[in-house]
Design a protein around this ligand. Sequence first.
Ligand SMILES: C[S@@+](CC[C@H](N)C(=O)[O-])C[C@H]1O[C@@H](n2cnc3c(N)ncnc32)[C@H](O)[C@@H]1O
Length: 244
Amino acid sequence: MALTILILRLAVCILAFPMYLLDFLGLWNWICKQWFPYFLARFTVMYNKQMASKKRELFSNLQEFTGPSGKLSLLELGCGTGPNFKFYPSGCQVTCVDPNPNFEKFLIKSIAQNPHLQFERFIVAAGENMHQVATGSMDVVVCTLVLCSVKNQEQILQEVRRVLRPGGVFYFMEHVADKPSTWNYFWQQVLDPVWYLLFDGCNLTRESWKALEQARFSKLKLQHLQAPLSWELVRPHIYGYAVK
Ligand SMILES: C[S@@+](CC[C@H](N)C(=O)[O-])C[C@H]1O[C@@H](n2cnc3c(N)ncnc32)[C@H](O)[C@@H]1O
């Protein structure tokens, strides 16, 4: 099986040769950072339609974590185009973090479409180092479809715990590796290298639940789900929340 995966991977990589060539010339990363926000702006419309009920369920108790200030301080980590804004309660103070500055114009549009929120700022940074965000300053951190792309999940989760106040909550919804016995996992393995390049560092085969289980939150509520998405490769999901 491992040999078949290797041969098919090679075949797919040959088909994607122009992309690899651009990467070799050092041009692909720039192109990808430009085109990815446009792709995501379209993809998240479909994703939000198909996942609306799950997102509503996930974020239904956000308001309960409002801190002593009386306002809910929320950090959206890997915010992308801001597709979660409509699920947040009125008056919520939103800070956004993303390493790709090209998302800013999409964020501005999302902010204008969600006047019930109080937008604080957009910080261009990777989640592994959010020194611009004060320790213990957030009631809630949200991360959707991000742990698949980050360089270091352990470090990100450490940073999430640092910026949360005691009793603060980390909400996540992530696509993950399918069960090893499935055909879907077979194709996830075959397509992973090309997918990574095409979708700005996204991995299809991450077992992100393991990093969450090891992140030393005081409580973790994590569920596995076959998401009702048209793209089979990203159907296996985990979602839930973790309390600091
Ligand atoms: C698939 S998009 C998801 C965006 C958005 N959260 C959503 O649900 O549509 C992945 C996002 O993670 C961001 N990202 C990648 N590496 C990151 C990192 N190390 N720290 C924080 N965000 C990161 C990307 O720039 C991109 O905006």
